[in-house]
Design a protein around this ligand. Structure first.
Ligand SMILES: *[C@@H]1O[C@H](CO)[C@@H](O)[C@H](O)[C@H]1NC(C)=O
Ligand SMILES: *[C@@H]1O[C@H](CO)[C@@H](O)[C@H](O)[C@H]1NC(C)=O
Ligand SMILES: *[C@@H]1O[C@H](CO)[C@@H](O)[C@H](O)[C@H]1NC(C)=O
Ligand SMILES: *[C@@H]1O[C@H](CO)[C@@H](O)[C@H](O)[C@H]1NC(C)=O
Ligand SMILES: *[C@@H]1O[C@H](CO)[C@@H](O)[C@H](O)[C@H]1NC(C)=O
Ligand SMILES: *[C@@H]1O[C@H](CO)[C@@H](O)[C@H](O)[C@H]1NC(C)=O
Ligand SMILES: [Zn+2]
Ligand SMILES: [Zn+2]
Length: 362
């Protein structure tokens, strides 16, 4: 966790650094509305998203009567004169860009009681605006508008028209639009990545665990099958045995009839097969090929779980039909092994598994 934690911390630091830096490039447009009564006594309202909030401005809404400085339109100097003050109804100072810093203009208007300061751009700059930087004049609404719009309002005010101006935030712009959005995105990305990595690790571990369990189970079942095979009755067929006489009696594994001298294994369900044929089968499947009877259960070798084997041989019985013969091998499939308890004490004569059998007894 130590190394991972360090990486996370580093990534977070980088992200917060980027966000702080990118915040400088983010700017908000301002919606500027002017309302006045024109010479034919009609109320005119004009509305555009053409302003830009200063970097240190309050992102608030303000409204008031547009007021120009009485002398220099730049509104510079320590004490420019406005026709309104703090005890007047709310008013907005409209000053021209240039001749002093934005902070000076804004502070001068603020000290005289302005609700907000609107700076219009220099002559012949069209509708263009820039983001003002005014670190010495915070906590006031400061917006820049284009020269064309600014001059229009200045003309109206100079003609004696009372112009009401309403300013409000428009939309954020910038390389990453909004720092909060970026924060949200990076955190979401982080969470999603962490979740998928955790999920993947969990999945791999559980798959590995199950595979391991399955393998161990298989190995255990195989060794149990070996023990069970050792306990099965083995006979050598003699001339005259009924199995050798009947053409219909076939070994279901190799589909061959029995001949005298062949060694056969008798399963707990009384079905017989060639010893060489049935033993590999039983090692793999542990059931009679004909009636599906489970030799482990029948012999009582199996002690516990058979349920937790991941992949179980499908329960559907494959009915073996032997060509030529009638329904010789038709065995009730649903019927469990008709295991005779006496069969369990079969005389031991399977030499191949003597060792296992000794181990089981000891
Ligand atoms: C404009 O309206 C005012 C009343 O609202 C009225 O007194 C004035 O005469 C009108 N002026 C013109 C030019 O219509
Ligand atoms: C005053 O405004 C009305 C409505 O916007 C307009 O129709 C009219 O021409 C304007 N009058 C002048 C003198 O601009
Ligand atoms: C710039 O401001 C100073 C006062 O601070 C004033 O004397 C000067 O005339 C102004 N210049 C222009 C071009 O307005
Ligand atoms: C504000 O202006 C009014 C006149 O418009 C004046 O009577 C008043 O003294 C001024 N108040 C301040 C604090 O300057
Ligand atoms: C400035 O904007 C107005 C509309 O807001 C537009 O009619 C005018 O053509 C623009 N002027 C320039 C120079 O872009
Ligand atoms: C200002 O008033 C004069 C005449 O009084 C007029 O010619 C001019 O167009 C007006 N300007 C504005 C911007 O209304
Ligand atoms: Zn066989
Ligand atoms: Zn059987």
């Amino acid at each position: 966790m130590g190394k991972k934690g360090q990486h996370c911390l580093l990534l977070l630091l980088c992200l917060s650094g980027l966000v702080r830096r990118s915040a400088a490039f983010v700017y908000w447009t301002a919606i500027v509305e002017i309302i006045y009564v024109n010479s034919s006594n009609d109320t005119v309202g004009k509305y555009c998203e053409c302003g830009m909030y200063g970097r240190n401005s309050d992102l608030t809404t303000a409204s008031g009567i547009v007021t120009l400085p009485m002398g220099d339109p730049h509104g510079c100097g320590s004490d420019p004169v406005y026709s309104r003050n703090a005890s007047s109804p709310p008013w907005i100072a409209l000053v021209k860009r240039g001749n002093c810093t934005f902070s000076e203009k804004i502070n001068a208007a603020k000290w005289q009681g302005a609700t907000g300061v609107v700076v219009y751009n220099v002559d012949s700059s069209g509708n263009s605006t820039t983001q003002m930087s005014h670190p010495e004049a915070p906590h006031i609404l400061a917006v820049m508008i284009g020269n064309i719009q600014g001059m229009e309002v200045v003309g109206l005010v100079r003609n004696g028209t009372d112009v009401e101006m309403v300013i409000g935030p428009g939309n954020p712009h910038g390389p990453w639009v909004d720092p909060y959005w970026l924060y949200f995105l990076s955190i979401a990305f982080f969470v999603v990545t962490a979740a998928s990595i955790t999920y993947f690790v969990f999945l791999s571990a559980s798959r590995l665990y199950h595979l391991n369990m399955h393998r161990r189970n298989e190995r255990r079942l195989k060794s149990e099958a070996k023990k069970a095979i050792g306990r099965l009755q083995v006979r050598t067929l003699k001339r005259g045995d009924e199995e050798t006489n009947s053409e219909a009696q076939l070994c279901a594994v190799c589909i061959e009839s029995y001949k005298a001298g062949e060694v056969v294994t008798v399963l707990t369900c009384d079905h017989i097969f060639h010893k060489a044929c049935i033993e590999p089968w039983l090692l793999e499947r542990r059931t009679c090929p004909m009636c599906k009877c489970d030799i482990l259960t029948a012999l009582g070798v199996e002690e516990e779980t058979k349920e937790d084997i991941g992949i179980e041989t499908p329960p559907e019985a494959t009915v073996i039909t032997v060509t030529g013969g009638e329904a010789v091998y038709e065995v009730p499939l649903s019927h469990p092994a008709n295991s005779d308890p006496e069969r369990h004490q079969n005389p031991y004569d399977n030499r191949a598994f003597e060792g296992d059998s000794e181990a089981l007894r000891g």
